[in-house]
Design a protein around this ligand. Structure first.
Ligand code: SD4
Length: 292
């Protein structure tokens, strides 16, 4: 029996990712291919200052991209981190998955691998993105600065799950800093037996709390996608409370093999997400969770 294609993607620009992914899913594409194509539309959009081309730079003004992908059918996965001259890092992560025995390539090694496989090397800053970087330099990462990663989770017509997470990471991060987004189990985890989950927000806190794999394991133990995302947000709150800190912004999305979706975030994260069913895309607001 054919499954209804479903996609869930983070933030308001997730709408474009869901539109692109759902068009592909309806045409019969695999969940992973659709997720990567959806994410790539955001990587290509210079008006999104937190993903791909024209992302906001690190402390020294370089754009440094992170991404990963995972196929829920095979548990095949791959990631790249600290990539400074290739824009389509989601596709590059997929190639790491397909063509190497490794899961994660970083920096110059990832760029060399991309170059060997036909990815063009390019300048990822634009005059506008550099001007924006300079304008916000005085506040740096003391504030959120609207910095948002796109995580795209899909279920295809065969009922299989696939996902992708791509970002330019926290703005003004130290050179070499890597967050949760390219880490399998951090920014993304996909397992057809259970579901798919992804994260956005402060990577340090997402990883400290256990990341996306935490959501998958809650679902494996019987929680719904919504309950599991709420538990992850609570865990972020709890970890922060133990450390005497205010919880930082973090949001989680998930989908199960039946196509049921969920989304939750810490208070003040204000995270919208897009869900497509068939070709229809609708926007939702992640529930803000204050408890621990
Ligand atoms: C990171 N998690 O590098 C990413 C940033 C992000 O929404 O998700 N922003 O920590």
């Amino acid at each position: 029996m054919m499954s209804e294609p479903v996609c869930i993607a983070t933030w308001s620009f997730g709408k474009l990712a869901a539109e692109v992914a759902s068009t592909m899913l309806v045409a019969g594409a695999s969940a992973l291919d659709a997720a990567v194509a959806g994410a790539q539309a955001i990587e290509d959009d210079p008006s999104v200052a937190s993903v791909g081309f024209a992302g906001i730079g690190n402390r020294i003004g370089s754009v440094s991209l992170d991404a990963c992908v995972m196929d829920g059918r095979t548990l095949n996965c791959g990631g790249v981190a600290g990539v400074e001259n290739i824009r389509h890092v989601a596709a590059l992560a997929k190639l790491v998955m397909e063509k190497t025995p490794h899961l994660l390539l970083v920096g110059k090694g990832a760029e060399w691998f991309g170059l060997q496989n036909g990815f063009p090397l390019e300048q990822l800053t634009t005059p506008e993105s550099l001007a924006e970087w300079y304008r916000k330099l005085p506040v740096q990462n003391k504030d959120w600065l609207g910095h948002d990663t796109v995580t795209v989770l899909c279920r295809d017509q065969s009922g299989s799950l696939g996902g992708c997470c791509t970002t330019s990471g926290l703005p003004y991060k130290l050179p070499g800093r890597v967050g949760d987004s390219p880490i399998i189990g951090g920014g993304l985890y996909v397992d057809n037996e259970v579901g798919a989950a992804g994260a956005t927000g402060f990577g340090e806190e997402i990883l400290r709390a256990g990341g996306s794999l935490l959501i998958i394991e809650h679902m494996r133990n019987g929680k719904s996608p919504q309950e599991a995302c709420e538990l992850a947000a609570r865990r972020v709150n709890r970890v922060a409370a133990r450390r005497g800190e205010t919880p930082k912004k973090a949001a989680f999305i998930a989908i199960d093999p039946q196509g049921i979706t969920g989304g939750a975030c810490t208070v003040g994260t204000d995270c919208a997400f897009a869900v497509s069913r068939g070709a229809h895309v609708a926007m939702f607001q992640a529930d803000e969770i204050s408890g621990v």
